[in-house]
Design a protein around this ligand. Structure first.
Ligand code: G1P
Length: 317
């Protein structure tokens, strides 16, 4: 057998497995005010589970063993959500509500596997990730942005871990966006693209449509090597005056492999009201318990819209 050090950088065994995931959850959620005045935006429910639980379950399915939350002021509810709640479980047990008990247990963190660090100032995503450096240590790790939710048969991160086992290095989940929207995303400059995996030669955070090197954008799932922390430590400000993760990744290009995975599935931007509503419709239409009824509701709305000239917008206010 070859010595690992003789293997090329992208060979399977040259990289350690991904065991840890970082969840940046310190953000304020201003786009959902007043709903997020007291409640963290990551607690907004997508069907029956808060956004943070969707991200947690996706990470757990992908084999993640340690869950690192980069949290901040007024975010305690996020940790508590994953606690074991003996009174609740006993009450459900006593009433014979076994289905509900099973659901509650899906939100329990494996013992001793939740790690917390804090981002005291909102200096950007790159800064939030840098705050987790000690907890990540010297091994590759995943990043999950809970605002981005992917509806797919297999979890997006599982698909990434499988691809990472082939590519090694650094891997981001990517999708094509309309050119007019490149200024909302990290955008790839692509060297080679086989339709599934893109080899990245450049990365730009939120370029104007006319300057974007492509329309292939990063969504909130990353697998990165720990060397990223050395680049983040420079604390350089980029787009929007923030310390950007994309800029630190761009500095690693050339020294480590960088790939984009066109994942199978559909991504919803639950950081915006429209994306959040769309995700709730898409997920609930597929819910095993209420899916059929939701589909009927959607059909009824579609009929109503088709048959009426106008829907009054101010009905509720
Ligand atoms: C962040 C990243 C951006 C990425 C996006 C995906 O931006 O900086 O590169 O494309 O997440 O959702 P944000 O949405 O936090 O502004």
């Amino acid at each position: 057998m070859k010595n690992v050090t003789e293997l090329p950088m992208n060979a399977k065994s040259a990289y350690k497995p991904v065991r840890k995931a970082v969840f940046p959850v310190a953000g304020m959620g201003t786009r959902f005010l007043p709903a997020t005045k007291v409640m963290p935006k990551e607690m907004l429910p997508l069907v029956d589970r808060p956004l943070i639980q969707h991200a947690f379950e996706e990470a757990r399915e992908a084999g993640i063993e340690e869950f690192i939350f980069v949290t901040g002021r007024s975010k305690e509810m996020l940790e508590e959500h994953f606690d074991y709640q003996p009174e609740l479980e006993q009450a459900l047990e006593a009433r014979g509500k076994h289905d509900m008990l099973r659901k509650v247990r899906t939100s329990e963190m494996p013992e001793g596997k939740l790690y917390l660090t804090r981002q005291a100032r909102a200096l950007g995503l790159g800064h939030a990730i840098w705050c987790a450096r000690k907890l990540v240590g010297n091994e590759p790790f995943a990043i999950m942005l809970p605002d981005d939710v992917v509806l797919s048969r297999r979890g997006c991160l599982s698909q990434m871990v499988e691809a990472y086992n082939e590519t090694g290095g650094n891997l981001v989940a990517v999708m094509d966006v309309p050119r007019a929207e490149t200024n909302k995303y990290g955008i790839l400059d692509v060297e080679k693209d086989d339709g599934k995996i893109a080899v990245i030669k450049g990365l730009v955070e939120k370029p104007a449509p006319e300057e974007a090197p492509s329309t292939l954008s990063i969504i909130g799932r990353y697998i990165l090597q720990p060397e990223i922390f050395e680049k983040l430590a420079a604390f350089e400000k980029g787009a929007g005056g923030e310390i950007q993760l994309t800029d630190a990744m761009a500095k690693l290009l050339g020294s480590q492999p960088f790939h984009g995975l066109r994942f199978e599935g559909r991504r919803y931007d639950c950081g915006s009201r429209l994306g959040f509503i769309e995700a709730n419709i898409a997920f609930s239409m597929r819910d095993p318990e209420i899916g059929a009824q939701v589909q009927n509701i959607v059909r009824r709305f579609a009929d109503e819209l088709a048959n009426s000239e106008e829907v009054p917008l101010e009905a509720r206010r």
